[in-house]
Design a protein. Sequence first.
Length: 184
Amino acid sequence: MGMAEFERKKDEKIDGVIYDMSPSPGYGHFMVNGNLYTIIKQGLKGSICRVSMENFDFQYHPEINDDYVCPDIMIVCDRKHLKGGAYSGTPNFIAETLSHSTAKRDKTEKKDIYEKAGVEEYWIVSPLGSVEIYYLQEGKYVLEQNYMLQDDKEEKDYNADTEICLRAFPHIKMTLGEIFEGID
């Protein structure tokens, strides 16, 4: 039996429709997720909260049906809602890193799902160097920050050392350069 057969096929189920998440979205996507995960994991040391990377299903209305999505990065603090590989509470933070096949869904359906579910902070990150940060205000997402990485020190718009933090975890800080580290 080859390794491939052991790999969990990644998919999402939205309104009863299954979306296949393979093939893997590629190197830039993986690097960004790894960077975010590492920084956030360090920042959560010693707390009850956990961060997951592409490996937990979020069941966003378990009382109605078995729809689920698989966020790239998700922080959960209310651990009684963790069962097996799925979480059915309200995540404290979600980030989605765009890939060609998921970009539209991350910016539309999934954004709506996270908004309705009450996820306070949602980041949409593009491996090409942008970060959009949404905060929930009166039940609706408001675009709070929008960054575009400029890492050429010669340029007047250079911003790789601009620091951003998670609103719910202000001690977890990272620079734009750190988010996109390792992507050429």
